[in-house]
Design a protein around this ligand. Structure first.
Ligand code: NAP
Length: 314
Protein backbone atom coordinates (compact mmCIF):
# COMPACT_ATOMS: atom_id res chain seq x y z
CA UNK A 1 0.00 0.00 0.00
CA UNK A 2 1.27 3.49 -0.83
CA UNK A 3 2.47 5.52 2.13
CA UNK A 4 0.39 8.51 3.20
CA UNK A 5 2.24 11.57 1.86
CA UNK A 6 2.64 14.03 4.72
CA UNK A 7 3.38 17.73 5.08
CA UNK A 8 4.24 19.42 8.39
CA UNK A 9 3.13 22.98 9.14
CA UNK A 10 5.25 24.90 11.68
CA UNK A 11 8.75 23.48 12.14
CA UNK A 12 9.46 24.24 15.81
CA UNK A 13 10.21 22.27 18.96
CA UNK A 14 7.46 19.65 18.84
CA UNK A 15 7.76 19.11 15.07
CA UNK A 16 11.48 18.37 15.40
CA UNK A 17 11.35 16.47 18.72
CA UNK A 18 8.39 14.19 17.95
CA UNK A 19 6.58 14.52 14.61
CA UNK A 20 9.58 14.19 12.27
CA UNK A 21 11.08 11.11 14.00
CA UNK A 22 7.71 9.41 14.54
CA UNK A 23 6.66 9.89 10.89
CA UNK A 24 10.07 8.49 9.83
CA UNK A 25 9.56 5.47 12.11
CA UNK A 26 6.10 4.64 10.76
CA UNK A 27 6.04 3.00 7.31
CA UNK A 28 2.41 4.08 6.82
CA UNK A 29 3.72 7.65 6.28
CA UNK A 30 6.25 9.44 4.10
CA UNK A 31 7.22 13.00 5.04
CA UNK A 32 7.44 14.92 1.76
CA UNK A 33 7.08 18.63 2.61
CA UNK A 34 7.19 21.28 5.32
CA UNK A 35 5.75 24.78 5.58
CA UNK A 36 7.51 27.15 7.99
CA UNK A 37 8.35 30.85 7.74
CA UNK A 38 11.98 30.45 8.83
CA UNK A 39 12.87 26.80 9.47
CA UNK A 40 13.55 24.08 6.91
CA UNK A 41 13.82 20.29 7.09
CA UNK A 42 16.50 18.47 5.10
CA UNK A 43 15.71 16.16 2.19
CA UNK A 44 12.13 17.29 1.55
CA UNK A 45 10.36 20.17 -0.21
CA UNK A 46 10.28 23.30 1.97
CA UNK A 47 7.81 26.18 1.68
CA UNK A 48 7.27 29.38 3.66
CA UNK A 49 3.48 29.09 4.02
CA UNK A 50 0.82 26.39 4.02
CA UNK A 51 -0.77 27.95 0.93
CA UNK A 52 2.54 27.64 -0.95
CA UNK A 53 2.92 24.03 0.24
CA UNK A 54 -0.59 23.09 -0.92
CA UNK A 55 0.05 24.70 -4.33
CA UNK A 56 3.62 23.41 -4.68
CA UNK A 57 3.02 19.86 -3.42
CA UNK A 58 -0.59 19.11 -4.44
CA UNK A 59 0.03 15.36 -4.14
CA UNK A 60 0.15 15.54 -0.31
CA UNK A 61 -2.52 13.37 1.33
CA UNK A 62 -2.28 14.64 4.90
CA UNK A 63 -0.77 17.32 7.08
CA UNK A 64 0.24 17.77 10.70
CA UNK A 65 -0.27 21.21 12.23
CA UNK A 66 2.49 22.11 14.71
CA UNK A 67 2.17 25.91 14.82
CA UNK A 68 1.07 27.85 17.93
CA UNK A 69 -2.60 27.25 18.81
CA UNK A 70 -3.79 30.71 17.70
CA UNK A 71 -3.04 29.58 14.10
CA UNK A 72 -4.43 26.03 14.17
CA UNK A 73 -7.94 26.83 12.97
CA UNK A 74 -6.95 28.76 9.84
CA UNK A 75 -4.42 26.10 8.84
CA UNK A 76 -6.78 23.17 9.49
CA UNK A 77 -9.61 24.89 7.65
CA UNK A 78 -7.49 25.59 4.59
CA UNK A 79 -6.10 22.05 4.48
CA UNK A 80 -9.54 20.43 4.84
CA UNK A 81 -10.94 22.71 2.12
CA UNK A 82 -8.08 21.54 -0.11
CA UNK A 83 -8.98 17.89 0.53
CA UNK A 84 -6.21 16.93 3.00
CA UNK A 85 -6.46 14.80 6.13
CA UNK A 86 -5.49 16.89 9.16
CA UNK A 87 -3.73 16.07 12.44
CA UNK A 88 -3.75 18.93 14.94
CA UNK A 89 -1.42 19.49 17.87
CA UNK A 90 -2.97 20.38 21.21
CA UNK A 91 -4.52 22.75 22.23
CA UNK A 92 -6.69 22.34 19.14
CA UNK A 93 -7.93 25.90 18.62
CA UNK A 94 -8.28 29.23 20.33
CA UNK A 95 -12.07 28.75 20.56
CA UNK A 96 -14.63 25.95 20.91
CA UNK A 97 -16.69 27.28 17.98
CA UNK A 98 -13.63 26.97 15.74
CA UNK A 99 -13.19 23.35 16.75
CA UNK A 100 -16.88 22.64 16.08
CA UNK A 101 -16.58 24.23 12.64
CA UNK A 102 -13.53 22.11 11.75
CA UNK A 103 -15.49 19.00 12.70
CA UNK A 104 -18.26 20.01 10.29
CA UNK A 105 -15.76 20.78 7.53
CA UNK A 106 -14.02 17.41 7.91
CA UNK A 107 -17.33 15.60 7.76
CA UNK A 108 -18.46 17.54 4.66
CA UNK A 109 -15.09 16.98 2.95
CA UNK A 110 -15.01 13.30 4.00
CA UNK A 111 -11.50 13.76 5.32
CA UNK A 112 -9.98 12.66 8.64
CA UNK A 113 -9.64 15.31 11.33
CA UNK A 114 -7.49 13.92 14.15
CA UNK A 115 -7.39 16.38 17.00
CA UNK A 116 -4.75 14.97 19.31
CA UNK A 117 -4.14 15.05 23.07
CA UNK A 118 -0.66 13.57 23.35
CA UNK A 119 -0.76 13.06 27.13
CA UNK A 120 -3.72 10.71 26.74
CA UNK A 121 -1.23 8.40 24.95
CA UNK A 122 1.29 8.48 27.81
CA UNK A 123 2.21 4.89 28.74
CA UNK A 124 0.67 4.88 32.24
CA UNK A 125 -2.70 6.34 31.32
CA UNK A 126 -4.35 3.21 29.87
CA UNK A 127 -3.28 1.21 32.96
CA UNK A 128 -4.68 3.94 35.22
CA UNK A 129 -7.98 3.72 33.33
CA UNK A 130 -8.11 -0.01 33.99
CA UNK A 131 -7.42 0.52 37.71
CA UNK A 132 -10.29 2.99 37.89
CA UNK A 133 -12.71 0.46 36.37
CA UNK A 134 -12.65 -1.52 39.62
CA UNK A 135 -12.45 1.15 42.30
CA UNK A 136 -14.17 4.29 43.46
CA UNK A 137 -12.26 7.51 42.85
CA UNK A 138 -12.55 10.02 45.70
CA UNK A 139 -9.95 12.72 45.28
CA UNK A 140 -7.32 13.80 42.74
CA UNK A 141 -4.34 16.12 43.10
CA UNK A 142 -2.56 17.48 40.00
CA UNK A 143 0.88 19.08 40.44
CA UNK A 144 2.22 20.39 37.13
CA UNK A 145 5.20 22.62 37.86
CA UNK A 146 7.89 23.43 35.35
CA UNK A 147 10.42 26.09 34.42
CA UNK A 148 9.03 28.01 31.45
CA UNK A 149 12.50 29.25 30.58
CA UNK A 150 13.68 25.65 30.15
CA UNK A 151 10.71 24.24 28.23
CA UNK A 152 9.35 27.23 26.30
CA UNK A 153 12.29 29.56 25.64
CA UNK A 154 11.48 32.32 23.17
CA UNK A 155 7.89 31.15 22.68
CA UNK A 156 6.21 34.56 22.78
CA UNK A 157 2.94 33.10 21.53
CA UNK A 158 2.43 31.23 24.82
CA UNK A 159 2.13 34.58 26.65
CA UNK A 160 -0.25 36.14 24.14
CA UNK A 161 -4.06 35.96 24.28
CA UNK A 162 -5.14 32.56 22.96
CA UNK A 163 -1.72 31.10 23.87
CA UNK A 164 -3.02 29.56 27.12
CA UNK A 165 0.03 30.49 29.27
CA UNK A 166 0.54 27.85 31.98
CA UNK A 167 -2.67 26.21 30.76
CA UNK A 168 -0.70 25.12 27.65
CA UNK A 169 1.07 22.36 29.62
CA UNK A 170 -1.80 22.35 32.12
CA UNK A 171 -4.28 21.22 29.47
CA UNK A 172 -2.17 18.05 29.13
CA UNK A 173 -2.98 17.14 32.74
CA UNK A 174 -6.64 18.06 32.21
CA UNK A 175 -6.76 15.86 29.09
CA UNK A 176 -5.61 12.92 31.24
CA UNK A 177 -8.37 13.70 33.75
CA UNK A 178 -11.09 13.86 31.07
CA UNK A 179 -9.78 10.56 29.64
CA UNK A 180 -9.98 8.89 33.07
CA UNK A 181 -13.12 10.49 34.52
CA UNK A 182 -16.29 9.98 32.50
CA UNK A 183 -18.36 12.38 34.60
CA UNK A 184 -18.45 16.09 33.72
CA UNK A 185 -15.76 18.13 35.49
CA UNK A 186 -16.64 21.67 36.61
CA UNK A 187 -14.42 24.40 38.03
CA UNK A 188 -15.45 25.24 41.60
CA UNK A 189 -12.84 27.95 41.88
CA UNK A 190 -9.99 29.11 39.69
CA UNK A 191 -7.28 31.63 40.49
CA UNK A 192 -5.23 32.69 37.47
CA UNK A 193 -2.03 34.66 38.10
CA UNK A 194 -1.25 36.84 35.08
CA UNK A 195 2.02 38.85 34.91
CA UNK A 196 1.19 42.55 34.60
CA UNK A 197 3.08 42.79 31.27
CA UNK A 198 1.59 39.63 29.67
CA UNK A 199 -1.78 38.32 28.49
CA UNK A 200 -1.83 34.74 29.80
CA UNK A 201 -1.40 33.13 33.24
CA UNK A 202 1.99 32.14 34.63
CA UNK A 203 0.42 30.04 37.41
CA UNK A 204 -3.01 28.78 38.42
CA UNK A 205 -4.68 27.21 41.44
CA UNK A 206 -7.84 25.30 40.50
CA UNK A 207 -10.48 23.42 42.44
CA UNK A 208 -12.55 21.17 40.22
CA UNK A 209 -15.53 18.98 41.09
CA UNK A 210 -17.62 16.28 39.43
CA UNK A 211 -21.40 15.93 40.00
CA UNK A 212 -20.63 12.64 41.80
CA UNK A 213 -18.40 14.48 44.27
CA UNK A 214 -14.85 13.71 43.07
CA UNK A 215 -12.69 16.61 44.30
CA UNK A 216 -9.79 17.62 42.07
CA UNK A 217 -7.11 20.10 43.16
CA UNK A 218 -4.79 21.45 40.46
CA UNK A 219 -1.59 23.49 40.94
CA UNK A 220 0.07 24.77 37.77
CA UNK A 221 3.23 26.85 37.86
CA UNK A 222 5.61 28.04 35.17
CA UNK A 223 8.04 29.60 37.71
CA UNK A 224 9.29 26.33 39.14
CA UNK A 225 13.06 25.87 39.12
CA UNK A 226 13.42 22.79 41.36
CA UNK A 227 12.75 19.22 40.25
CA UNK A 228 10.26 19.43 37.40
CA UNK A 229 6.96 17.85 38.39
CA UNK A 230 4.13 16.51 36.25
CA UNK A 231 2.28 14.32 38.77
CA UNK A 232 -1.30 13.23 39.34
CA UNK A 233 -2.17 11.56 42.67
CA UNK A 234 -5.37 9.51 42.84
CA UNK A 235 -7.12 8.59 46.10
CA UNK A 236 -9.56 5.69 45.78
CA UNK A 237 -11.56 3.42 48.09
CA UNK A 238 -8.86 0.79 47.46
CA UNK A 239 -5.84 2.96 48.18
CA UNK A 240 -3.75 5.51 46.31
CA UNK A 241 -1.97 5.40 42.99
CA UNK A 242 0.07 7.95 41.10
CA UNK A 243 0.81 8.96 37.53
CA UNK A 244 4.13 10.80 37.26
CA UNK A 245 6.38 12.19 34.53
CA UNK A 246 3.32 13.47 32.66
CA UNK A 247 1.63 10.06 32.68
CA UNK A 248 4.70 8.06 31.62
CA UNK A 249 4.99 6.19 34.93
CA UNK A 250 2.34 4.61 37.14
CA UNK A 251 2.96 3.58 40.73
CA UNK A 252 0.45 1.68 42.83
CA UNK A 253 1.01 1.64 46.57
CA UNK A 254 4.51 3.05 45.92
CA UNK A 255 5.46 0.18 43.53
CA UNK A 256 5.95 0.71 39.76
CA UNK A 257 3.15 -0.91 37.75
CA UNK A 258 4.38 -3.03 34.79
CA UNK A 259 3.73 -1.55 31.34
CA UNK A 260 0.90 -3.23 29.44
CA UNK A 261 1.19 -4.64 25.91
CA UNK A 262 0.80 -1.85 23.35
CA UNK A 263 2.26 0.80 25.65
CA UNK A 264 5.79 0.72 24.27
CA UNK A 265 5.40 3.12 21.38
CA UNK A 266 5.53 6.39 23.30
CA UNK A 267 2.99 9.18 22.99
CA UNK A 268 3.69 10.26 19.42
CA UNK A 269 4.35 6.75 18.09
CA UNK A 270 0.89 5.88 19.35
CA UNK A 271 -0.57 9.07 17.83
CA UNK A 272 0.78 8.31 14.36
CA UNK A 273 -0.45 4.70 14.53
CA UNK A 274 -3.91 6.05 15.39
CA UNK A 275 -3.73 8.65 12.59
CA UNK A 276 -3.02 5.94 9.99
CA UNK A 277 -5.89 3.82 11.34
CA UNK A 278 -8.33 6.74 11.29
CA UNK A 279 -7.40 7.63 7.69
CA UNK A 280 -7.76 3.98 6.62
CA UNK A 281 -11.17 3.75 8.30
CA UNK A 282 -12.35 7.12 6.93
CA UNK A 283 -13.05 8.39 10.44
CA UNK A 284 -12.27 11.52 12.48
CA UNK A 285 -11.50 11.87 16.18
CA UNK A 286 -12.27 15.09 18.00
CA UNK A 287 -12.50 15.35 21.79
CA UNK A 288 -13.46 18.84 22.95
CA UNK A 289 -13.61 18.07 26.71
CA UNK A 290 -10.15 19.35 27.75
CA UNK A 291 -10.69 22.57 25.78
CA UNK A 292 -14.18 22.97 27.29
CA UNK A 293 -12.70 22.64 30.76
CA UNK A 294 -10.03 25.26 30.05
CA UNK A 295 -12.70 27.56 28.55
CA UNK A 296 -14.78 27.13 31.74
CA UNK A 297 -11.70 27.90 33.85
CA UNK A 298 -11.11 31.14 31.94
CA UNK A 299 -14.87 31.96 32.09
CA UNK A 300 -15.25 31.45 35.83
CA UNK A 301 -11.73 32.14 37.07
CA UNK A 302 -10.50 35.14 38.99
CA UNK A 303 -7.56 36.79 37.23
CA UNK A 304 -5.01 38.49 39.46
CA UNK A 305 -2.14 40.62 38.17
CA UNK A 306 1.29 39.56 39.50
CA UNK A 307 4.85 40.82 39.02
CA UNK A 308 5.89 41.34 35.38
CA UNK A 309 7.77 38.43 33.86
CA UNK A 310 10.60 38.93 31.36
CA UNK A 311 12.63 36.26 29.66
CA UNK A 312 16.33 37.06 30.20
CA UNK A 313 18.08 38.02 26.96
CA UNK A 314 20.47 35.27 25.88
P1 NAP B 1 7.43 26.42 18.72
O1 NAP B 1 8.72 25.80 19.10
O2 NAP B 1 7.25 27.88 18.91
O3 NAP B 1 7.18 26.03 17.20
C1 NAP B 1 6.09 26.51 16.45
C2 NAP B 1 6.58 26.91 15.08
O4 NAP B 1 5.47 27.46 14.37
C3 NAP B 1 7.61 28.02 15.15
O5 NAP B 1 8.92 27.53 15.25
C4 NAP B 1 7.39 28.79 13.86
O6 NAP B 1 8.31 28.35 12.86
C5 NAP B 1 5.97 28.41 13.42
N1 NAP B 1 5.10 29.59 13.40
C6 NAP B 1 4.30 29.97 12.40
N2 NAP B 1 3.66 31.10 12.67
C7 NAP B 1 4.08 31.49 13.89
C8 NAP B 1 3.78 32.61 14.71
N3 NAP B 1 2.92 33.58 14.31
N4 NAP B 1 4.38 32.68 15.92
C9 NAP B 1 5.26 31.74 16.32
N5 NAP B 1 5.57 30.65 15.57
C10 NAP B 1 4.99 30.53 14.36
O7 NAP B 1 6.22 25.72 19.48
P2 NAP B 1 6.10 24.19 19.89
O8 NAP B 1 6.57 23.99 21.27
O9 NAP B 1 6.62 23.32 18.83
O10 NAP B 1 4.50 24.08 19.99
C11 NAP B 1 3.69 24.06 18.84
C12 NAP B 1 2.37 23.40 19.21
O11 NAP B 1 2.65 22.09 19.71
C13 NAP B 1 1.60 24.13 20.32
O12 NAP B 1 0.22 24.02 20.09
C14 NAP B 1 2.02 23.36 21.58
O13 NAP B 1 1.05 23.41 22.60
C15 NAP B 1 2.13 21.95 21.02
N6 NAP B 1 3.01 21.06 21.81
C16 NAP B 1 4.26 21.46 22.22
C17 NAP B 1 5.04 20.61 23.00
C18 NAP B 1 6.43 20.96 23.48
O14 NAP B 1 7.01 20.19 24.25
N7 NAP B 1 7.02 22.05 23.06
C19 NAP B 1 4.56 19.36 23.35
C20 NAP B 1 3.34 18.97 22.86
C21 NAP B 1 2.58 19.82 22.11
P3 NAP B 1 8.72 29.44 11.73
O15 NAP B 1 9.28 30.62 12.45
O16 NAP B 1 9.72 28.71 10.88
O17 NAP B 1 7.44 29.75 11.01
Amino acid sequence: MQAIRMGIVGVGKIARDQHVPCIAANPAFALEAAASRNAQLPGIANFRTLEQMLDGAPELDAIAICTPPQLHYQAARLALERGKHVLMEKPPCASLAQLGHLKQLASAAQRTLYQTWHSQHAPGVASAARLLEVCQLRRVRVTWKEDVLKWHPGQRWIWQAGGFGVLDPGINALSILTRLIAEPIFPRSALLLVPANLEAPIAAELELLTPGGIEIGVSLDFRHTGPQTWDIDFETDQGPFKLSAGGAALTVGGQPAPAEAGEIHGEYGSIYRAYAELIAAGRSEVDARPLELVADIFLTGKQVAVAPFEEPRS
